[in-house]
Design a protein around this ligand. Sequence first.
Ligand code: NAD
Length: 492
Amino acid sequence: MSSQATASRSETSITHLRLFVGGAWSDGRGPRLTVVSPATGEVVATGPSATPAQVTRAIETAAHAFRSYAGVPLYERADLCHAVAAALRRRRDEAARDLAIEQGKPLAEARIEVTIAAEMFEAAGEDMKRLTGEVLPSADATRQIFVVREPIGVVGVVTPWNFPMTIPAEYLSACLAAGNTMVWKPASYTPVSAQHMAECFVEAGVPDGVLNLVLGPGSSVGEVLATHPTVTALGVTGSSATGETIARTAGMKRLLLELGGNGPAIVAEDADLRRAIPRIATGCFANAGQICDSTERILVHERLHDAVVDGLVEAARGVRLGASLAEDATMGPLNNEDTAAKVDRHLAEARRNGAHVLVGGGRAPDHATPLYYEPTVIDGVTADMLLNREETFGPLAPILTFASDEEAVALANDTDLGLVAGVFTRDIARANFYAQSLQAGIVNVNESPTYWQPHTPFGGYAGTRSGLGRLGGKHTIMELTQTKTVVVDIAP
Ligand code: NAD
């Protein structure tokens, strides 16, 4: 299960962390940030974070830039999107290597991530060209009514470490296309990828002040963004707790919150297991389970229980755990100790209450850091366990059993998160029953909850803690622009 390749010394191409404000790179004046590779344990980059005063200055700079950028013709903004995409493609290998080193995922996945980020910029430029308004019927023959979309202003972008290129790209590409300016705070675990992204904006010739990058903790740098009155909208991807904190303090800002998930994969009694098992396994172990739409739990009809368990155990044994730069690794370490400790906690609670581990079950020995986690299959999980009720964010396949479709729906919905779900069935009526009954923003049929295409509307089900609004292609642009109704007296 363990890759033989040892973690060789890995250096990132960027080692000095800096802020990017008003088109210029500068040092922060706040506490020092240090990036340690989860794959090797080595310090790969360091630099001072931003002070609240520096964040305020970045916001003011973005507000100043907005006055001119909002007026840049849309085809020119689309060209800028394409130019950023081209810059990302040019530096794909270098940025992917750095991303793998600081985040921990295998290099092949990091390369795909940078490519998808480039595609998002290309798509945003084209989506913007096709965004239409409306001409409404008028009750009064002398009045014409137009509905147009306008940029929203300064957008504060706050992003996590699990996809340090694609998640920011979702917001930044939409803002660049729509005529907004941005102040971006990436996760402190993955600022090197953020610097690559900012350098792509420079190479693309994006006007000064349109993108501003500030580094530092959520509790100081993020808080200034969330509360500053000049920031008119916030795009935040992170945990539900963070999203709720921000929502409480943000006041009347437009909020686009993409938060935690606890996606169930439901294997109905007529499921095709040749499809279900490999797709579920990918959903559990991709990115070491650190995806908001990971397959977090597997609900299996009792008649298929043994076959699904056997299939998942085999799939877990086939995962090659190794350092991000090891060519043969299919799964890397977890990104950070807090995440690993939560996985430990959820597993320990399940074991204490009678669940049994069939393969894996803890930190993998003989690796460069304690963040390598064994791909784990755990059976006998019950509704009340943390593994079922909360997001775990690790490489686990927790198995629960059900006897009827109604019971499966009750189990699936027995969580305060409602981001994604997947159901495997050959029966169209049953598929329809699940699609209508599951409280999730996305329901995939004969796919795992993890299956995703970037242009589809992605976000939490109303009433759950998975977030507000929808990311994805034109949907992000709709969230980060505003509607204006223009009424014109056309009487001669
Ligand atoms: P996190 O909430 O700890 O941090 C996310 C970002 O928010 C970081 O940049 C952090 O510094 C910042 N932050 C924290 N507290 C803040 C505050 N009070 N004010 C402003 N900013 C603050 O999340 P994480 O551990 O980096 O990421 C993992 C979480 O993100 C998981 O819950 C995962 O499900 C979720 N996620 C959701 C999606 C989605 O699209 N729904 C996608 C990826 C990740």
